[in-house]
Design a protein around this ligand. Structure first.
Ligand code: ADP
Length: 188
């Protein structure tokens, strides 16, 4: 399918530009690594330079579209497959889609890469050590996981695989949110 017929297939009832297709940036890392914070800081900077940006947040999908899914390996994969498809659709209507998902396994990262074939797509590892994420414990989830109140929590009793070849690694320790957002924007 060429670009314009793909657009007609995806949006049969909508007027869409025949050529415009935005970029998808996929941020991954542990819970509390800083994915959402950096994504929203970058979004604010993009908006001030008149670029349209949408942040597709893992927590938002978990409470809505993907509320039927849990945290088994199968459900994690399905959660991310759906997220990838949604991000791809959104890229037809906005300049930049920034996705913030833990994305713990390399094979899932590969599935998303496959969904993004033919798309401007970049993977960014938000590299914050577990000890720092646990110290931040923004949502109190690490404490609960350590107490055994949450099972299969990434970094505690479910693995986070070392990434193989991200396009960018942002290390958040000893850097301001603003500096991290600027690093991300250099990729866009
Ligand atoms: P995630 O989306 O990866 O689960 P959040 O963005 O919700 O993580 O939380 C990250 C926390 O770390 C926030 O409270 C944020 O203020 C803090 N933080 C401290 N330094 C940084 C930094 N350099 N970049 C991003 N977040 C940072």
């Amino acid at each position: 399918m060429n670009n314009s017929s793909t657009l007609r297939y995806l949006f049969p009832h909508q007027e869409t530009s025949k050529t415009a297709q935005g970029q998808v940036i996929w941020l991954y890392g542990l819970s509390g690594a800083g994915k959402s914070t950096i994504a929203h800081a970058a979004k604010n900077k993009l908006l001030s330079s008149n670029k349209k940006c949408f942040v597709l947040d893992g927590d938002d999908l978990r409470t809505g579209l993907n509320s039927d899914l849990g945290f088994s390996d199968h459900d994690r994969q399905e959660n991310l497959r759906r997220a990838g498809e949604v991000a791809r659709l959104l890229s037809y209507t906005t300049d930049i889609v920034i996705c913030t998902f833990i994305t713990p396994f390399n094979d899932i990262r590969g599935v998303i890469h496959g969904i993004m074939q033919g798309q401007s797509y970049k993977e960014v590892f938000i590299d914050t050590p577990l000890s720092e994420c646990e110290r931040r414990d923004v949502k109190g989830l690490y404490k609960k996981a350590r107490q055994g109140l949450i099972k299969d929590f990434t970094g505690i009793d479910s693995p986070f695989e070392k990434p193989i070849s991200p396009d960018l690694v942002i290390s958040t320790r000893e850097k301001s949110i603003d500096m991290c957002a600027d690093e991300l924007l250099k990729l866009i």
